[in-house]
Each structure stands twice: as structure tokens, then as C-alpha cells.
Ligand binder design. Structure first.
Ligand SMILES: [Zn+2]
Length: 362
């Protein structure tokens, strides 16, 4: 699997390509912009351009270097991602552990390039700072240049106890070795250490256009969203592919919960059904209303399928062949519950009452 294509940021790409072409690309750049708009992807594109064997305004995409970058296996591309804190006590062991953790994350991204951000506990700690310093001291393996991408640079944690490692990193940013580039990305540059911010040349990127988000999602998501589902995803994305991806994950989880809940409802009042109803997964009120929305959408899909219309998503087996009028009646009941859910009601209780209602009308 290789990287998904970079979308948008035409102006930024143009500026970067011009600077690379004239040999004036700053060696330390901070790519700043909203979450999920492709800052790290733009940094990877820049790395590809810097390492490409052909000289052009775009990476050629066909040379050996381009292939290696797109497969995240170029030896002179160091994509540094936030990781959990190493467990080892000894500094050298910590650096090894950090290298392994980063390699694991990259392996995941190779397998599924549409990744979501690392958990809140992951960071760039001192072991990572040491790892960067070590790798920066080595000669390029493949070609003449080396590129480091420090994603989510605001997660760089400097501890008083490891001032030495922090200083080594700051020195690198201040006087980078020849033909070595550091591309930092941050959604919130204000949270970056001032000593680092002052050493990087800022490059601001904005939100993507709706049309760009739309074409990306339609081409890259599997299954591909279409029609109203795609419209909704684009609207909620607000110019951020990352937002659309987490939206579509949450949406998928809610739909699969809705499908099993509906199966349980129509299968009657046996112990299996009761268990399924009791286990309806929600942790927050938002998830509960998402579940109700997904139940409503699933019933809508079933109603459309029942009148012979094309359905966007597969209909759960338990709902196939139900009468359209009954399905519409069920949707009305869910809407009432959805309204009640805005108030201060017990979700468990509301869901139990709704289950009884739906079992009756279906
Ligand atoms: Zn190339």
C-alpha cells in the first residue's frame, strides 16, 4: 500500500517547489494549519520532491526515490511520529525502543494510509530527540539529502532532567547539517516551545475546498460514500479530511450498533435480545443520539429498499421484507425518542421504551 495522493494546498506546493528549484528552501520549516488538512502529507510531498531523482515542479512519481518515499521506505526519509513513553530505564535502550515504536506506527500507516491521530498520551520525548540527533549525524544512505518530518511537533516534551538532549535538538534546528531538512507540523503553533518556533520558517496552510474533500473521499474511502451520505460527510468535514475520517469512523460504529440493536428488537424478547439491548454501546449523550440517528437511517434504508429503491448501504437481514408503512411508522417513533433525548432523560430507559414500541410496529 502506498501513500494516498496529496490533495489541495496548490499555493504552498508552488512556493515549496520554487524554493527547492532555486536551492533556497529553508532547512527548518514549520507547516502550520488546521487539524486534518494534510500538513504531514504536504511534508511528505516536500520530502519526495527533495529526494526525487528528476528535477521538476512536482515529484516525478516514477523514479526509485519517489517509489520508496510513497511506500514509506526511503532510508533518508525519517518520519517521526508521537509514541508512548519508552519503558526502558537506560537512555540507549530508550532510544532503541523509540525507534521500534516509530517503526511500528509507520508500518500501520503503510497498511492503512488513512490514519487517525495518535492517542493523547503519545508524544515526542527525550528518547525521540536523541534518536533524531543520532540519525541527523549520519550520512545520507540513498542520495545526497536527508529529510526529517516531525509530525504534531507541539507534542515535543522537554524535561528539565534531559536538558542535554533538548539542547542537542535545538542546536540541530539552529544549525542543521548540510542537505538536511526538518519539516515540523503543528495545528497549534502557539503550544510549540518558543525556542523551536523561533528557529523554524513558518508555512501556513488553510482548510481544503469542499470540492477537494469531496473528490478525495469519493475516490479513497472504501466503501465509497455517495449521494446524501457524501454530502453530509463533506459538510461535517469543514475542509478537513481528518474530520471527515473520524466522522465516518464514528458513523460506521453507530450504524453497526444500530443494526445489532434493531436485530435484537425484532427478534423478540428472548434472553439474547435482552442482553443485546442492555449492551447498547454509548458512553456520552452524543453517542446516544448518534445511535438513534443511525437507527433512523437504517430504517430509512430498509424502507427505500422495500419500495424497490436503490439503497446506499446494505439493509440488516432482520429488516428485509418488512412493510414500508411499518418501517415509516418506526421512523416516526425514533424521531419522537430523538426529541425526548434532547431533554434530561435516562438513555437506557428511553431505549427500552423505544425497543418495545418498535417491536410492536414492526
Ligand atoms: Zn521522482
Amino acid at each position: 500500500m502506498s501513500l494516498k495522493p496529496l490533495i489541495g494546498h496548490v499555493e504552498a506546493r508552488h512556493r515549496i517547489a520554487q524554493a527547492v528549484g532555486s536551492g533556497k528552501l529553508p532547512q527548518v520549516i514549520l507547516v502550520a494549519g488546521p487539524e486534518g488538512v494534510g500538513k504531514q502529507r504536504l511534508a511528505l510531498w516536500t520530502a519526495q520532491l527533495l529526494l526525487c531523482e528528476a528535477a521538476g515542479a512536482e515529484p516525478c512519481g516514477v523514479c526509485r526515490s519517489c517509489h520508496l518515499v510513497l511506500g514509506l521506505s526511503h532510508a533518508d526519509l525519517h518520519w517521526i511520529v508521537p509514541i508512548p513513553r519508552p519503558k526502558a530505564a537506560e537512555p540507549d535502550k530508550q532510544v532503541e525502543e523509540a525507534a521500534e515504536s516509530i517503526a511500528e506506527v509507520l508500518e500501520e500507516r503503510r497498511k492503512s494510509p488513512l490514519y487517525t491521530p495518535p492517542d493523547g498520551m503519545s508524544s515526542h520525548g527525550m528518547a525521540t530527540a536523541r534518536l533524531i540527533a543520532r540519525r541527523a549525524a549520519l550520512k545520507p544512505v540513498e542520495g545526497r539529502r536527508k529529510v526529517f518530518i516531525l509530525g504534531e511537533a507541539e507534542r515535543l516534551v522537554v524535561q528539565e532532567s534531559s536538558q542535554e538532549a533538548a539542547n542537542a535538538l535545538l542546536k540541530l534546528f539552529e544549525e542543521p547539517p548540510p542537505e538536511t531538512y526538518f519539516l515540523l507540523t503543528a495545528a497549534d503553533p502557539g503550544r510549540l516551545l518558543p525556542t523551536i518556533r523561533s528557529r523554524a520558517v513558518p508555512l501556513r496552510v488553510g482548510r481544503l475546498r469542499d470540492a477537494e474533500v469531496r473528490s478525495f473521499l469519493a475516490a479513497q474511502l472504501d466503501p465509497a460514500p455517495a449521494g446524501a451520505a457524501l454530502d453530509r460527510l463533506v459538510a461535517r468535514a469543514g475542509g478537513s479530511i481528518g474530520a471527515a475520517l473520524s466522522e465516518s469512523d464514528a458513523g460506521q460504529a453507530a450504524r453497526s450498533a444500530a443494526a445489532s440493536w434493531l436485530e435484537a428488537v425484532v427478534s423478540g424478547t428472548g434472553p439474547a435480545a435482552e442482553k443485546a439491548l442492555a449492551q447498547a454501546p454509548w458512553a456520552a449523550r452524543g453517542e446516544f443520539t448518534d445511535l438513534l440517528d443511525a437507527v433512523s437511517e437504517t430504517l430509512g434504508d430498509a424502507a427505500r429498499a422495500a419500495v424497490g429503491a436503490e439503497s446506499v448501504r446494505p439493509v440488516p437481514g432482520a429488516l428485509v421484507g418488512r412493510e414500508p408503512a411499518r418501517l415509516m411508522d418506526a421512523i416516526a417513533r425514533v424521531s419522537e425518542a430523538r426529541e425526548a433525548a434532547q431533554g434530561n432523560v435516562n438513555p437506557q430507559l428511553l431505549l427500552a421504551v423505544l425497543a418495545g414500541d418498535l417491536a410492536e410496529v414492526l
